[in-house]
Design a binder for this molecule. Structure first.
Ligand SMILES: Nc1ncnc2c1ncn2[C@@H]1O[C@H](COP(=O)(O)OP(=O)(O)OP(=O)(O)O)[C@@H](O)[C@H]1O
Ligand SMILES: [Mg+2]
Length: 308
């Protein structure tokens, strides 16, 4: 992994006896897009708020840029945050909103910087409209621009695609990829794994406050590749070949012509060649992929139970 920019260990947050985040551990390398997936109430926002320095942990440690974090740590200035509702002034325009934030950051040369950000988030054309008249997507974009005011090294976006239409989702996704190309590390949460799968390089599934799985993109896609479906002339003739020549033990005969093989890492070509060389006619062979959403739900269900 590239240099770890964020590292959390044993991170825990309790609210009056309710554990919202429990002993969470992970590292995020520089330049990664870290996707946090979890259902409503899983603990995503609480976890992100702790990393952003908005609330303090009950126990555990957060390191930013290899240094332990204390309250008001200056390193928090290197983090841009959009968590839950962006705090926008409804009676001001987008430009004015960003200017107020820029002033609070003590930025000079604000005009050029703000116009650049408005262009980046696709709001450059709406300069006279007050934010109270914005659509949800426009507010979300402005929230992202606000998070970028301080030119952060790390951008935290809590459910940035919530409530957006497909075009808005795709635009935000492209924006995230563009920002990432500049070397920015991005943490993004969602309750839809499929959406994150188009951008994230790392995936952590959070359930009832715990990280129950953490995968690279490659590992996640591999997890979803769960079986090979083979259709032959006669399944009973194919089975001995699968067992003896391909050493496959994990299979299921579905019908007279169809066999499912669960050693999904085997190459289709290799299976076809071996079967054909043994005189078996292969009609079709397909790798069946579980959808990411099915996978996510199956993982959550297998964890089950409710904790305090
Ligand atoms: N300030 C608080 N006081 C008490 N309980 C809280 C507080 N903030 C969060 N919680 C609880 O902690 C748990 C995790 O909440 P959190 O907001 O982190 O979940 P989430 O994954 O962001 O959910 P969502 O997808 O709905 O945004 C929930 O049970 C919630 O009720
Ligand atoms: Mg939340």
């Amino acid at each position: 992994m590239a240099e770890a920019i964020i590292e959390v260990s044993q991170l825990t947050k309790q609210f009056k006896g309710k554990t919202a985040v429990r002993k969470v551990e992970f590292k995020i390398g520089k330049g990664e897009i870290f996707g946090l997936i979890g259902q409503n109430g899983a603990g995503k926002s609480t976890l992100l708020k702790m990393i952003a320095g908005l609330i303090s942990p009950t126990s555990g440690e957060i390191k930013l840029f290899d240094r332990p974090v204390k309250d008001n740590h200056p390193y928090f200035e290197r983090i841009g945050v959009l968590i839950e509702n962006p705090g926008l002034y409804p009676h001001h325009t987008a430009y004015e909103n960003l200017e107020l934030i820029a002033i609070s950051y003590g930025l000079t040369n604000r005009k050029e910087h703000i116009n650049k950000l408005l262009k980046l988030v696709g709001l450059e054309g709406s300069n006279k409209t007050k934010v109270k008249n914005y659509s949800m997507g426009m507010k979300q974009r402005l929230g992202i621009a606000a998070a970028l005011i301080g030119s952060p090294d790390v951008l935290i976006l809590d459910e940035p695609i919530n409530g957006l239409d497909p075009q808005g989702i795709s635009e935000i996704r492209n924006m995230i990829l563009e920002l990432n190309k500049t070397g920015m590390t991005i943490i993004i949460s969602s309750h839809i794994l499929e959406e994150l799968s188009k951008v994230a390089t790392q995936y952590a599934i959070v359930h009832q406050g715990e990280i129950i799985e953490h995968h690279s993109r490659e590992q996640l896609l591999l997890q979803c590749e769960d079986r090979i479906e083979i259709e032959v002339d006669k399944a009973s003739s194919a089975v001995p070949i699968l067992e003896q020549k391909l050493h496959i033990n994990h299979y299921k005969v579905i019908s007279e012509r169809v066999v499912y093989v669960y050693d999904a890492h085997l190459e289709n070509q290799h299976i076809i060649k071996t079967l054909v060389e043994s005189g078996i006619t292969v009609h079709s062979i397909i790798k069946h992929k579980q959808s990411l959403e099915q996978y996510f739900l199956a993982r959550i269900e297998s964890e089950g139970g409710s904790r305090d």
